[in-house]
Design a protein around this ligand. Structure first.
Ligand code: ADP
Ligand code: MG
Length: 632
């Protein structure tokens, strides 16, 4: 038999993985205790202190000692009650687990008692216990989490990452309980101060004021489930999956299957690779679900999952339809290669494109212009959707990049396709070799560049043709440029006439604060302002064409995309995220000078063949490849 303390510590591993888990469990207990205000106070991202203070019903003298025992719960007393649950907790494990791996002080008092109880417990051992003066309700203070489990402590990520998890858990509980007041403080700073409010106000209070106009309400009542909540308008979809919240009976759950139902409802409304915002609340009779299949209770079993899938999908779809967000924009119609050869005898009819004037997933402002001028894309000069490609000042090349393509071939013929395989020394040698070769370049080669489906740049080389992914190429160019900026300490800032105030949601703000010095080194001019706002006086010259807000949002998307894997974003990661965020997007029309400078700059890069995330930027088709395809 393992001693209790050891058993508790082992079991704690399942429930308490990081500071955020403690916050989740204690907030859940406070909600179950009927609190109307819940305060969370955190120091050093929860490493040194976590306090959760509620004004709920408190505990009796006996319970104040009992609650630390494993399987001690006041919420159920028989197994069948599992199927009529209306509390968050029921396993009686959280407090036992927390006490096993931290130093805990609890004060609790019931409304009708004059004196409360104070209990100190550390590594599962009660250290102190006495009557005390305290306000009604319960307050926990957890010090030195994992003080006796150094391995766990060492696994914790940077403060920024741990705070991100804490904010996430906080939001997952604050969103469905809009009727309760919640506060979150970190190192003395107020991150959230949410009053009791309506569901919509709570979402706006949690994610920031600009979400108000982005929400489409969803409402559906059926025999097995009722669905309430909001989905985000498609044009505000993000490039990371972050802001998707599904609640079942006010409990945040993860379900790939149901998530798919919602994505399906958005199917043709979103550009590829973007994810809609949603907060949806499902209410289901408790006997139709099983919550007890996962230690942290974030997964559920439904009796009739397929029916719920179908209902969810159709009601989200219907809401989107009702708010006049119907699909109609077809990017494929704009392919510049689909044009017929010019015929003098034929009258020229401008191509007409059927667009819904109310819908453009990228930019609502350009919509009017589009519908009134259907051929505008043939005359407009630069990108309508994203940043423009501006030549980076670092590298002015004369455009004899064609010879460098030889290297692509060389690397490919040696079977080096992945960045891991890339031998830069060899590539460098090959480069020099090919530069000699440069003077022998076929002068008659047609240098025409054309854009394929507004995504690829295609051009001829001596041995065939290459296809360049415009977005990845631009990411590579910007990434190397920003690295150069960091090395030389001189970012060029494009100062704005009027400083822009950008309000981010509290979690985004927490994330970006730590990165401001790096961003400023890269050419931003950002200053923190008030609680959740930033003043942006300038952005890097290379990122022209995007508003500061858009740019920062895209930047954050990219940071989040990489955050879980790499932990603390360093300067180089910041450069990478900025490159990802400010690059041109698929769907951006490029003029031939823009394409030319893109290609020139790409081949002036140190690692032209791969994007900063290691994906190929260029694909080569040799004449032999093509000949092969035409053979039968
Ligand atoms: P569970 O929530 O699964 O019952 P916990 O270990 O989280 O298990 O809590 C054990 C018990 O301690 C709860 O059942 C409840 O009776 C009591 N308790 C915990 N937190 C509070 C609180 N904030 N206010 C009142 N009682 C609480
Ligand atoms: Mg609990």
């Amino acid at each position: 038999m393992l001693p209790d303390a050891v058993a508790n510590q082992i079991a704690a591993g399942e429930v308490i993985q990081r500071p955020a888990s403690v916050i989740k469990e204690l907030m859940e207990n406070a909600i179950d205790a009927g609190a109307s205000t819940i305060q969370v106070i955190v120091k050093d991202a929860g490493r040194s202190l976590i306090q959760v203070i509620d004004d709920g019903k408190g505990m009796s003298e006996v319970d104040a000692l009992m609650c630390w025992e494993r399987h001690a719960t006041s919420k159920i007393s028989s197994a069948d009650q599992l199927f009529s649950l209306n509390t968050k907790g029921f396993r009686g494990e959280a407090l036992a687990s927390i006490a096993a791996v931290a130093q805990v002080e609890m004060k609790t008092r019931q409304a009708d008692e004059e004196l409360g109880r104070m209990v100190c417990i550390e590594g599962s051992k009660i250290k102190e216990e006495e009557p005390c003066q305290c306000s009604k309700g319960t307050s926990f203070s957890i010090k030195n989490l994992f003080f006796n489990v150094p391995a766990r402590r060492n696994f914790l990520k940077s403060d920024a990452v741990e705070m991100k998890h804490i904010i996430e858990e906080f939001q997952r509980l604050a969103i469905p309980h809009a009727g309760l007041a919640f506060q979150l403080y970190h190192n003395g700073n107020e991150l959230f101060n949410l009053k009791a409010q309506s569901s919509r106000q709570r979402i706006v209070g949690t994610f920031g004021a600009k979400y108000d106009e982005r929400l489409v309400p969803v409402e559906e009542e059926t025999d097995i489930v009722s669905v309430m909540g909001f989905v985000g308008k498609p044009e505000f979809a993000r490039r990371t999956r972050g802001e998707q919240y599904l609640f079942v009976n006010d409990r945040f759950i993860k379900s790939t299957y149901l998530n798919h139902a919602i994505s399906k409802a958005f199917e043709d409304l979103l550009p590829e690779g973007s994810f809609p915002f949603y907060t949806l609340f499902l209410s289901i009779e408790p006997h139709l679900i099983d919550v007890n299949i996962h230690p942290t209770k974030t997964e559920l079993k439904f009796q009739d999952e397929r029916a719920i899938y179908a209902i969810l999908r159709s009601c989200v779809r219907r809401s989107l339809g009702r708010f006049n967000i119907a699909p109609s924009l077809d990017f494929d119609q704009e392919s510049s290669l689909n044009l017929d050869a010019y015929d003098e005898n034929k009258t020229v009819v401008p191509p007409s494109i059927s667009v819904n004037p109310n819908y453009n997933p990228f930019d609502s402002k350009s919509t009017q212009q589009r519908s009134s001028d259907p051929v505008e894309h043939s005359s407009s000069s630069s990108s309508d959707f994203g940043a423009t490609v501006s030549p980076s000042p670092r590298k002015e090349r004369d455009g004899n990049w064609k010879e460098l393509y030889a290297i692509t071939r060389e690397l490919e013929s040696q079977g080096r396709n992945s960045p891991e395989d890339l031998d830069f020394a060899a590539a460098g040698a090959a480069l020099e070799e090919s530069q000699k070769e440069a003077f022998k370049v076929d002068q008659h080669t047609d240098q025409a560049l054309f854009q394929l489906h507004r995504r690829y740049v295609v051009t001829q080389i001596r041995s065939g043709m290459i296809v360049i992914d415009q977005q990845r190429a631009h990411q590579r160019i910007l990434f190397e440029h920003y690295l150069g900026v960091l090395a030389n300490h001189k970012g060029s800032t494009q100062q704005s006439l009027f400083p822009e105030t950008v309000s981010l949601g509290p979690s985004d703000h927490a994330l970006i604060s730590a990165l401001i010095p790096s961003l400023n080194a890269l050419g931003f001019d950002i200053e923190e302002f008030g609680q959740n706002d930033l003043i942006v006086r300038g952005v890097p010259v290379e990122a022209g064409g995007l508003s500061a807000e858009e740019l920062l949002e895209r930047f954050l998307d990219s940071v989040k995309h990489d955050a879980d894997r790499s932990g603390v974003p360093g300067k180089e990661d910041t450069a990478k995220s900025l490159a990802m965020g400010s690059s041109i997007r698929p769907g951006t029309k490029m003029e031939s000078e823009e394409m030319r400078s893109l290609v020139d700059e790409l081949f002036a890069c140190e690692v032209p063949y791969f994007s900063p995330r290691g994906l190929p930027t260029i694909i080569t088709f040799t004449l032999e490849d093509l000949d092969q395809k035409f053979k039968r």
